[in-house]
Design a protein around this ligand. Structure first.
Ligand code: ZN
Length: 286
């Protein structure tokens, strides 16, 4: 019996690790979350690294949001596709506690519009937009001459010009999420968020995009991919992914897969796929 067990264990490939348990939260968003959440779930599961459960909140304006109580602690990382009513105090406390104790958090696109009044959440995302965010919520943050520039000037946080293809430029090539990616890659037509502002405490900008005035942009290199820590927890923030087409960009999907793994474990074991976009060509998987 003992010998059989040893033989069995020896035959298991050493590289096979248990899948990372992901909780995707959605249910309210001014975006097409019913369309994008299944795509986000599939992208993560197609990597072979994750199992994904979805926690969908009650619909808005039903007076039911207080009943939304996902079991965050059952997971290694929470991915948010949620931009809606404030969660109840109990749920907010459970979420803060989850990340503070080492749980991972990933904010996708308009999730950085959510919870303008929730201090812990804004610490996790670093910067956000809309929701009456302004100078009271922290500086504007852009990237200039190789460094992060913070400006406390007054003004509303959040905005974007017209949707278009744009170059995503790596700024921290040694960070595991973006290590090995091309220094610049063309993202498919998406909203290029600008004028994000927030506490930006301990925030590292992994990648930026130039917000072209010709597209209604700011003329600044705006943060696109960011990481922060909150307590023991790691947080990854991607501004990419307005709709299904943007989520299906191989670049956006790859950084999401890698960002979720990093938030959960602090490492990235996923290679850069052969069909990753280049500086000249977008790449999508339908
Ligand atoms: Zn959007």
């Amino acid at each position: 019996m003992k010998l059989a067990l040893v033989v069995l264990l020896a035959s298991l490939p050493a590289a096979v690790a248990a899948p990372i348990k992901v909780l995707l939260v959605d249910g309210q968003n001014n975006h097409a979350w019913k369309a994008t959440s299944p795509v986000i779930k599939k992208i993560l599961e197609d990597s072979g690294k994750f199992t994904v459960d979805v926690a969908t909140s009650p619909a808005p304006k039903t007076g039911q949001i207080e009943s939304f109580k996902p079991k965050f602690a059952d997971y290694q990382v929470v991915v948010s596709n949620y931009n809606g009513e404030p969660w109840g105090d109990e749920t907010k406390a459970a979420f803060s506690d989850f990340v503070r104790k080492g749980g991972g958090f990933v904010s996708v696109h308009a999730a950085d519009n959510a919870f303008p009044e929730w201090k812990d959440y804004n610490r996790m995302i670093g910067v956000g937009g809309w929701g009456d965010r302004n100078e009271k919520d922290g500086p504007f943050v852009v990237f200039k001459d190789g460094i992060i520039i913070k400006s406390s000037k007054p003004g509303a946080g959040g905005g974007h010009g017209s949707q278009h293809d744009f170059l995503v430029v790596t700024r921290e090539p040694s960070h595991p999420i973006v290590a090995g990616l091309p220094p610049e890659w063309l993202h498919v037509k998406d909203e290029l968020y600008h004028r994000l502002r927030g506490p930006a405490e301990g925030m590292t900008i992994l990648a930026t995009a130039y917000s072209a005035p010709a597209q209604g942009g700011t003329g600044e290199n705006e943060p696109m991919l960011m990481v922060t820590t909150f307590g023991e927890g790691r947080c990854f923030h991607t501004t990419l992914g307005h709709g299904v087409e943007a989520v299906q960009c191989v670049g956006a999907a790859t950084v999401l897969q890698r960002g979720v793994e990093w938030a959960a474990t602090g490492k990235v074991t996923q290679p850069v796929p052969a069909d990753f976009p280049t500086a000249d060509h977008t790449s999508s998987r339908k």
